[in-house]
Ligand binder design. Structure first.
Ligand code: MG
Length: 326
């Protein structure tokens, strides 16, 4: 981390090159049916400083993702290559698809969760908790009932690198549940030092949330926690699902069988619902997040430091958004 602004103007460039000699690391036979034999990791676009927050847009078959220090949102589509979709972008970080097909974004710069409509307009969703400004919403997921769950660590206010330096008004890093039906914002979990990525199990009975406190404290947490979701809204029975050895689970997605595909320092780790690691998809850069997409939903897009990668797999991601089910 540094207080200096990163250099702007690193031009995003479409690449498409396969990563030479790439192969998954299978540690448990249960991983094999989730992979596509002979699949190769492709690097689709380069030129980011810190790529994060990928979301698949089914309406036009594109991926959006954040290049947070460069304050822009990039877009990749098979026929169009890579382009800048939004700049400035309020230092957006995590994205997810809303039930209506619009994109829900976490903005470090505006310290809020906001909606990015298909016509490019941006509208606030929530920016305060009990009158206090949020820290810097990091990642977000939508439940099938329309509630919006997000994490609020301080990464966007610690320096000018990923947002704007400021004090935390809340004085804590919480997991929030926002109900758009009545506008209520509820603190759902306070057991994490720096809550970051989050995703529901396929039946939404479990919420996974990562803690990336080790980003600033060598002795800090670097694990994914699991919570039971009681009555569709309350988080109970927190336990550690998986400790990322020597790295962080910045962001992750869950497949239809309940496996967690999490970012780590060395690529994607695939974790069974019981916490067992089934294997790894190596990526040649520190990896931040991933999302399932593609026409059949079985294409894993991976954000990793400077680039967007892609590998075809044999499973699909869970989706709460009806627009993504077609
Ligand atoms: Mg994150």
């Amino acid at each position: 981390m540094t207080d200096e602004h990163p250099p702007l103007g690193l031009r995003p460039v479409a690449d498409g090159a396969p990563v030479p000699g790439w192969a998954p690391v299978i540690e448990d036979a249960a991983l094999e049916p989730l992979l596509r034999p002979g699949a190769t990791l492709h690097r689709l676009a380069i030129g980011c400083v810190w790529a994060e927050g990928p979301v698949w847009l089914p309406h036009d078959g594109s991926v959006l993702w954040s290049d947070i220090p460069n304050d822009r949102v990039l877009r990749w589509a098979p026929d169009d290559g890579v382009s800048v979709s939004l700049h400035p972008a309020g230092h957006q970080n995590g994205h997810t698809l809303g039930l209506d097909g619009t994109v829900i974004a976490c903005s470090h710069g505006r310290r809020r969760v906001e909606r990015l409509s298909l016509d490019g307009t941006i509208a606030p969703i929530v920016d305060r908790y009990q009158g206090y400004r949020l820290n810097s919403p990091n990642d977000v997921v939508v439940k099938a009932d329309g509630t919006i769950w997000f994490t609020d660590p301080p990464y966007g206010i610690l320096s000018e690198w990923e947002g704007h330096t400021a004090e935390s008004e809340i004085g804590a890093c919480l997991v929030f549940r926002f109900d758009p039906h009545d506008g209520s914002l509820t603190a759902a979990a306070d057991q994490l030092d720096m809550p970051n990525g989050l995703a529901f199990s396929p039946d939404e009975s479990v919420l996974y949330v990562s803690d990336t406190a080790a980003s600033h404290d060598p002795d800090g947490n670097h694990h994914i926690m699991a919570f039971d979701v009681v009555d569709g809204r309350d988080l109970r029975s927190p336990r550690v699902l998986y400790v990322v050895p020597g790295g962080l689970a910045d962001g992750f997605r869950v497949d239809v069988h309940g496996h967690v595909w999490t970012s780590a320092h060395d690529g994607i780790h695939v974790i069974a619902p019981d916490g067992r690691r089934l294997g790894r998809l190596p990526v040649p850069e520190v990896t931040s997040n991933c999302v399932f997409g593609g026409p059949r939903g079985d294409r894993l897009f991976i954000t990793a430091t400077t680039a967007l990668y892609m590998v075809d797999v044999a499973t699909r991601g869970t989706v709460a958004a009806p627009a993504a089910r077609s």
